[in-house]
Design a protein around this ligand. Structure first.
Ligand SMILES: Cc1ncc(COP(=O)(O)O)c(C=O)c1O
Length: 458
C-alpha cells in the first residue's frame, strides 16, 4: 500500500446525490438575486459546494444504521448514554452538555463567564465565538503566534498560541480573564494546527495564573493527525491517544459535531467544574432543551456517537489530509498565492496577494469568491474584511488577511470533483487583474457576512 501515491477514498459510494450543472448566464442571474452574497444562493445552483465543511459531510452506512437506534425519550434516552460514552471515550470530562451546534455551546458558556469588562484570549476566536463573547460585552483577543498571521510563512503549527503574549495579557489583566481558549485547528487562521507542546505550555501558563483552559475542539481529529505526522516523538502514537491527552490538558470544551463529529448537526459543551456545569445546564434548559438531549433528537445523538468512533480512524484521516493537500499543491503549482502549509479541512486562497489592485475595504476575498462561482459554480467562503472588518461600534477596518476558504466537506467529493475545482481556479487566477471589488449595499450590525448585500464596483 505504502508505495502507491494515488489518493484512494477509503470508502465506496453507497448512495448517490445528483448535482446540477448550470450555465454562466444562470449563475450571473443567481448572483444578482443573491446580492452577490454566496450565502444567499439556492444551493441547487451550486455545483461544487466548498462554502463550509460544517455539517455538509456524508454520513457512513453505520451512522445511518445508528439513526435507526435513535430513542426519542424526553429524559434519560439510551441514545444519550451512547453519546455520552462516545464523547467521554475521547474527552473524559465530568459534565457533557449536548447542544444543537457549536455556537449554542459558546452562547451558554459565555453567558455564564462573559460580561462587560471581561477579556477572553484565544489563539484565534472563530467568528461565532467572537460574536458570542462580544455579545456579552466582553472582549475577544486573538493571540496566535506571529507566523500565524503571515499567509506564506511555513511553520508546522501556525495555530499555536503566542505564549509570551498570553503571559503579558494575564499579567496585565488577569483579574478580567475568566478562561483561556485554544481553537483546534485554527479555522480563522487558515485551518492551522496547534502542537501538543504548545497546548502543554498554555496549560502551564494557565496554571501559573490559576485560569481554566477551554478547547474549541471542532477539528480535534485533524489536529491530532497533524500532531502525529509533524511533531517529534508523536509518530508512533495512535491518534485516539493524542486526542485523549489533549482532552486531559483542558478544563472544558465547546464542540461542533458538524465537523469532526462527522454529523450533519450537533455539538456539546463539556466542563469539569460542578458549579459551572450546573449554571450551564440551567441556561441549556432555557433555550436548547433537557440536559439529556440538549438541542438534538435521539437519532442525532446516535449519529454523532458513531461519527466520533469513525473520525479517529487513521486511514480516514490520512485520506482526509492528503486529499486537501492535493488541492493545495495543484493551486500552488498554478501560482495562486495560498496560506501555507495547507489547513486540514480547507485550502485558503490569499485574495489580497492575488488581487493587489483591490483594496481591503473593497473586499478582494469577496471578489474572488464571487468569480469562482460565476465562472464554474464553485462556492467558497470569504474569510477576511467582510467577515471580520466591522467592529461593534460600527467602524470598519481591514482584517489581518483577505482569504477565500475552499472547505472540503468530509467524504463527499471525489478526486475528479477536485480536479474540476483546480481547472476553474486556474482560469480565474489567469484573469485576476480584470476582477473588480465590491461595496456593501446593506448589512446587519453583527456577523454581516451571512446576510449582507453587495454591489459590484466599476
Ligand atoms: C472553529 C470553530 N468554532 C466554532 C464553530 C461554530 O460551530 P457551529 O457552526 O456548529 O455553530 C465553527 C463552525 O464553523 C468553527 O469552525
Amino acid at each position: 500500500m505504502d508505495r502507491w501515491t494515488t489518493i484512494i477514498e477509503p470508502f465506496r459510494i453507497h448512495a448517490v446525490e445528483p448535482i446540477r450543472l448550470t450555465t454562466q448566464a444562470e449563475r450571473e442571474a443567481a448572483l444578482e438575486a443573491a446580492g452577490w452574497n454566496l450565502f444567499n444562493l439556492h444551493a441547487d445552483v451550486v455545483l461544487i459546494d466548498l462554502l463550509t465543511d460544517s455539517g455538509t459531510g456524508a454520513m457512513s452506512r453505520d451512522q445511518w444504521a445508528a439513526i435507526m437506534h435513535g430513542d426519542e425519550s424526553y429524559a434519560g434516552s439510551p441514545s444519550w448514554f451512547t453519546f455520552l460514552a462516545a464523547v467521554q471515550d475521547l474527552f473524559p470530562f465530568r459534565h457533557v452538555i449536548p447542544t444543537h451546534q457549536g455556537r449554542a455551546a459558546e452562547k451558554i458558556l459565555f453567558t455564564a463567564v462573559g460580561g462587560a469588562g471581561k477579556v477572553i484570549p484565544s489563539n484565534t476566536h472563530f467568528d461565532t465565538t467572537r460574536a458570542n463573547v462580544e455579545f456579552t460585552g466582553a472582549e475577544a483577543v486573538d493571540l496566535v503566534i506571529p507566523e500565524g498571521r503571515e499567509p506564506a510563512t511555513i511553520h508546522p503549527f501556525k495555530g499555536n498560541m503566542d505564549l509570551a503574549a498570553l503571559d503579558a495579557l494575564l499579567t496585565a489583566r488577569g483579574a478580567d480573564v475568566p478562561l483561556v481558549m485554544v481553537t483546534i485547528t485554527n479555522n480563522s487562521g487558515g485551518g492551522q494546527p496547534v502542537s501538543l507542546e504548545n497546548l502543554r505550555a498554555v496549560r502551564e501558563v494557565c496554571d501559573r495564573f490559576g485560569k481554566p483552559l477551554f478547547l474549541d475542539g471542532c477539528r480535534f481529529a485533524e489536529n491530532a493527525w497533524f500532531i502525529k505526522t509533524r511533531e517529534p516523538d508523536q509518530a508512533d502514537r495512535p491518534v485516539k491517544d493524542i486526542v485523549r491527552e489533549i482532552g486531559g490538558l483542558v478544563d472544558g470544551m465547546t464542540m461542533s459535531a458538524k465537523k469532526d463529529g462527522l454529523a450533519n448537526i450537533g455539538g456539546w459543551l463539556a466542563v469539569n467544574d460542578d458549579a459551572l456545569a450546573e449554571q450551564c445546564r440551567n441556561l441549556l434548559i432555557l433555550t436548547e432543551g433537557f440536559p439529556t438531549y440538549g438541542g438534538l433528537a435521539g437519532r442525532d445523538l446516535e449519529a454523532i456517537a458513531q461519527g466520533l468512533r469513525e473520525v479517529v480512524d487513521e486511514d480516514y484521516l490520512r485520506y482526509r489530509i492528503t486529499s486537501t493537500a492535493y488541492l493545495g499543491d495543484a493551486l500552488d503549482q498554478a501560482g495562486i498565492p495560498l496560506v501555507k502549509p495547507y489547513g486540514g479541512h480547507a485550502v485558503y486562497l490569499d485574495a489580497r496577494a492575488l488581487l493587489p489592485h483591490i483594496p481591503p475595504l473593497e473586499y478582494p476575498g469577496q471578489a474572488l469568491a464571487v468569480e469562482l462561482y460565476r465562472a464554474g459554480g464553485i462556492r467558497g467562503c470569504e474569510i477576511g474584511t467582510v467577515m471580520f472588518g466591522l467592529h461593534p461600534d460600527g467602524t470598519e477596518s481591514a482584517a489581518s488577511m483577505d482569504l477565500v476558504r475552499l472547505a472540503i466537506p468530509r467524504r463527499t467529493y471525489t478526486q475528479s470533483h477536485i480536479d474540476y475545482v483546480i481547472e476553474v481556479a486556474r482560469d480565474v487566477a489567469s484573469r485576476a487583474s480584470s476582477l473588480r471589488g465590491y461595496r456593501i449595499a446593506k448589512q446587519p450590525a453583527a456577523l454581516r457576512h451571512f446576510t449582507a448585500r453587495f454591489q459590484p464596483l466599476g
